[in-house]
Ligand binder design. Structure first.
Ligand code: ATP
Length: 371
């Protein structure tokens, strides 16, 4: 088990090419489950592969435990990788696939047998140890790949989208298995995914990346509730956060956020924050999640001066709730998540209250969260 440290790590695939990863600084704690999350091409796999030693580092330092591993080959880094495509040996049985890494290390035969059997028990693959990978389902193959990773008892697991070839149901099941495995073994794990649900449910912390640059490193709760910039706000959430561009102005001693379609009274804290940042009369971006707007009486009572009028464009029913897609005077479009007891028809005019206490404000140019 180990702490993993990245100091100013960068990667360029060609000397004059753009950075695939830029100035990465990260301190991954011993036993932590850390997730790299971001859109396709943002540099998740490249970072993981540099930690594994499968890719050269253009500049910076990678430490595993106390060891600087920049020049240490992958096989000597004491890590196990799990890939999206399983990477099993097709001609070897399940047993031999799991045992392979230990045989190379010349571990005694009886120890190998113990380790394989224990892994097979944990992963419930004991009944097909004699089969070849082609005789297994995708989920079973991925379990074999996990088995092969865990028997080596590495200092860290590096997993690159290990579940993305599985169907939705199996993914949920394997997600739980990996979490359980991590809880019981406590091995430092870095997990790459572009699936935010996976990231939110599995990670102790999430690293949100874009264009090779870290956007935020934080707990799932903070990533969701306190996104540090507009990119993270938009990237995280089943339905993205509603974002409105507008200006904060004072009317009758009260700060209000004006768009071309509506205006909303700021809370006292928000007003203070806007004043402290000297952003009165400047454009800012307000963010509010669909579940923080609603039709409940109490919300209107609490925020009587934060109400938006709009027409219902269309409605998505997701079982527990509706997503109402609304349009305010052809100028602002936004989404409200509401309980199915609120029923509106397409084209109907509705009023929505905004839970202003949950609204966030971002700098218009830098996109950074204002605090
Ligand atoms: P995905 O989710 O699609 O796997 P990712 O976030 O893992 O994406 P990377 O595979 O790390 O992204 O790629 C980061 C950037 O580096 C991309 O712009 C990609 O095109 C580039 N890149 C990756 N591998 C190479 C390579 N071998 N040669 C040149 N450029 C590469």
């Amino acid at each position: 088990m180990a702490r993993i440290l990245l100091n100013n790590v960068s990667k360029q695939y060609g000397k004059f090419k753009e950075f695939a990863v830029k100035d990465f600084n990260l301190d991954i704690e011993d036993q932590e489950f850390l997730v790299f999350l971001g859109p396709s091409g943002c540099g998740k796999s490249t970072t993981l592969r540099m930690i594994a030693g499968l890719e050269d580092i253009s500049s910076g330092e990678v430490y595993i435990g106390d060891t600087l591993v920049n020049d240490i080959p992958p096989k000597d880094r004491d890590i196990s990788m799990v890939f999206q495509n399983y990477a099993l040996y097709p001609n070897l049985s399940v047993y031999e696939n799991i045992a392979f890494g230990l045989r190379i290390k010349k571990v005694p035969k009886f120890e190998i047998e113990d380790a394989v059997k224990q892994a097979a028990r944990v992963l419930e693959i004991g009944s097909f140890l004699d089969r070849k990978p082609r005789e297994l389902s995708g989920g079973q193959r991925q379990r074999v790949a996990l088995g092969r990773a865990i028997v080596r008892q590495p200092q860290a697991f590096l997993m690159d989208e290990p579940l993305s070839n599985l169907d939705a149901k199996l993914r949920v099941q394997m997600r739980a298995e990996i979490i359980r495995l991590h809880k019981s073994m406590g091995v430092t794990t870095i997990y790459v995914t572009h699936d935010q649900i996976e990231a939110m449910t599995m990670g102790d912390r999430i690293v949100v990346m874009n264009n090779g640059v870290i956007q935020q490193v934080d707990t799932p709760e903070n990533i969701y509730n306190r996104p540090q910039n507009i990119f993270v706000a938009k990237f995280i959430g089943n339905q993205p956060m509603n974002l409105f561009q507008g200006t904060v102005r004072e009317v009758d001693g009260q700060l209000r956020f004006f768009t071309s379609a509506f205006n909303l009274h700021l809370t006292d804290e928000q007003a203070e924050m806007i004043r402290n940042n000297r952003l009165e009369n400047y454009e800012v971006v307000m963010g509010i999640r669909p579940e923080h707007m609603g039709f409940e009486r109490e919300l209107f009572d609490t925020y009587p001066n934060a109400v938006i009028e709009g027409f219902l464009q269309f409605n998505e029913f997701i079982g527990s709730d509706h997503y109402y897609h609304l349009d305010s005077y052809g100028k602002e479009q936004f989404t409200v998540r509401a309980h199915p007891r609120f029923r509106y028809d397409e084209g109907e005019k509705v009023k929505v209250a905004v839970d202003m206490g949950k609204a966030l404000f971002f700098h218009r140019n830098s996109g950074e969260l204002l605090t």
